[in-house]
Each structure stands twice: as structure tokens, then as C-alpha cells.
Design a protein around this ligand. Structure first.
Ligand SMILES: [Zn+2]
Length: 290
């Protein structure tokens, strides 16, 4: 055990009186697993509900750099948006990157919990935080309301305080989101006025037709591909604003952190942190030379 580990264990000996099971109960009230898509895998990935928790790290991606940060900070629980194990696995041997992560977490007593499409559908959820980050105000409404509660659902539609040209909205969106190599790109007339905007955190190309039908001026999401985006413009659809996948979901982490801390006196004792590591898949960006 390292010196840091010994000190961490001593420190936590006095603080550790919140059980992981309590944190899970709170997270599942905020983000009920039943709201997740049928293909999704949410909830506790590793960890013992009976273990005690003092430090919680929030991050978008359960990747090695985030687990490094969790271990360095002596976290007991990592809450991520993306699942580590989405498809069926037959082994978590430390012979694959994911297996190694599972081993490192279990060996060091770190639990991993995922809130993914259930957090997308929550109120407030992933797209509420994104909408506020890019300057939308007022009553946000879902792009696709949930059948049992129209206040929540997929994506959000809101208004800017005043109309601005697309180029200015794109600039503001970039300024409101964390910096990535990908940046923020837009299709459409740069001078067209934008006031009503739809947003969807993460890969939102399945909601392109929904955005068009909603009559918004612009639709901001991530992972848009050339052909759908090009055809969308040809059909006179709203402007498209394409941000880095990680950047569109990162604003939600602070919401989840705040809501967890405010949920109960016990949870209020937790030390929490939002990871600022940029774990977007794209790391370099160069302009063309011709
Ligand atoms: Zn995502």
C-alpha cells in the first residue's frame, strides 16, 4: 500500500458512514433504471452495496484515465454516464482493457455506477444541462415527451433570450461547452436568425426528423454524419450544430453531483468531484491547408 493509500484509509475511517446502497437509492430516485432504453445497461457495474463511501467522482466515460483519477483522488465510487459493459461479456479477466479496469476498481475498493439513457430521460436530465450550457432559457420542453410524464423525455427545446445569427449561436455554444479538439460546427446559413433551439446530448441523429417537425431554428447534438446532415440542409431543415459527444454530456455531471448532494443529510456528507478530463474520442484538430 502506498503512503497516500494509508492516509486515505485513515482519513476515510472517520468519514465513511454513507453506504453505497444509500447512494444507489438516491441515484435511482433521480434516474430510475426503468427509464433506460431496453438495449442499455445501467446501474451498479462493480462494488458492494454494503461498502462505505466518502468520495464520489462523476465522469462521462469509464476509461482508464478516469479510473486513474479516481484512484489518485482516493474515490470510493465513480458515477459515469456511459456504460462500461454494454454488451454481454463472458469474462472480465484482466486481459482486455475493460477487464483490467474492472480489476483495478475491485482491487482498490472503487465502485462503478452508470446512469445513461435513464439520465437522458430524467427531469432535469442530460439535455437540460446541455440546453442551459448553450444559452437556452425559460421553460424547456422535451423533443420526445415520455408517455407517462410529458415533463421529461428525450432532448429539449428552448429559446434564446434574443434571436442571434447562426454564427453567433455557434460561437456561444462553443463558449458554453468544455473545449475539445472537435469544437462546434454548424450547417446552414451563418446569417440566419436562431431563437428556438432543440438540443440532444450525445448522438442525436435519430431525432433529426423530430427537430424538423418541431419547427426549431437550429438543432444541436453530436455525432452527425455527412449524408444525413447534407440531406437535411437540402430539405430546408433547421440549421444543425454538431458538438463533441463528450462535451454535450459533460454539463450534466454537475447537475447529478448537486442533486446527489442535496438529496439527503447522509449524501450531503459525501465529498464529490466532477472530472474535467477531456475523454472525447477525438484529440487533434487541424485546419485544411488548401
Ligand atoms: Zn453519450
Amino acid at each position: 500500500m502506498t503512503l497516500g493509500g494509508s492516509l486515505g484509509a485513515a482519513r476515510r475511517g472517520s468519514l465513511r458512514d454513507v453506504r453505497l446502497s444509500h447512494v444507489i437509492t438516491v441515484l435511482e430516485e433521480l434516474y430510475p433504471p426503468a427509464w433506460a432504453e431496453s438495449w442499455d445497461a445501467v446501474g451498479l457495474v462493480c462494488g458492494d452495496p454494503d461498502q462505505e463511501v466518502a468520495r464520489v467522482l462523476f465522469a462521462v466515460d469509464p476509461v482508464a484515465a478516469v479510473i486513474d483519477e479516481a484512484l489518485e483522488w482516493d474515490a470510493d465510487l465513480v458515477v459515469t454516464h456511459h456504460p462500461l459493459l454494454l454488451r454481454g461479456v463472458h469474462s472480465v479477466a484482466a486481459t482486455t482493457p475493460k477487464g483490467r479496469l474492472i480489476h483495478r476498481m475491485i482491487t482498490n475498493g472503487v465502485a462503478l455506477y452508470t446512469a445513461h439513457t435513464n439520465a437522458d430521460r430524467a427531469d432535469p436530465g442530460v439535455s437540460d444541462a446541455l440546453a442551459r450550457a448553450v444559452g437556452l432559457t425559460g421553460g424547456l420542453r422535451p423533443m420526445v415527451p415520455a408517455e407517462d410524464d410529458p415533463r421529461r423525455g428525450l432532448g429539449r427545446i428552448g429559446e434564446l433570450a434574443a434571436p442571434v445569427p447562426l454564427r453567433e449561436f455557434t460561437r456561444r455554444a462553443a463558449a458554453g461547452l468544455p473545449t475539445t479538439a472537435w469544437g462546434v460546427r454548424a450547417s446552414g446559413d451563418p446569417d440566419a436568425l436562431v431563437r428556438t433551439v432543440a438540443v440532444c446530448g450525445g448522438a442525436g441523429d435519430s431525432l433529426l426528423d423530430t427537430a424538423r417537425a418541431a419547427g426549431v431554428d437550429a438543432y444541436l447534438t453530436a455525432d452527425l454524419r455527412h449524408h444525413p446532415a447534407s440531406e437535411f440542409a437540402e430539405h430546408g431543415g433547421p440549421a444543425l450544430v454538431d458538438a463533441a459527444h463528450w462535451a454535450t454530456e459533460w454539463p450534466w455531471l454537475a447537475d447529478a453531483e448537486r442533486l446527489l448532494g442535496a438529496s439527503s443529510p447522509e449524501a450531503g456528507k459525501l465529498e464529490t468531484r466532477v472530472s474535467t478530463l477531456v475523454t472525447d474520442a477525438w484529440r487533434l484538430h487541424e485546419e485544411g491547408a488548401l
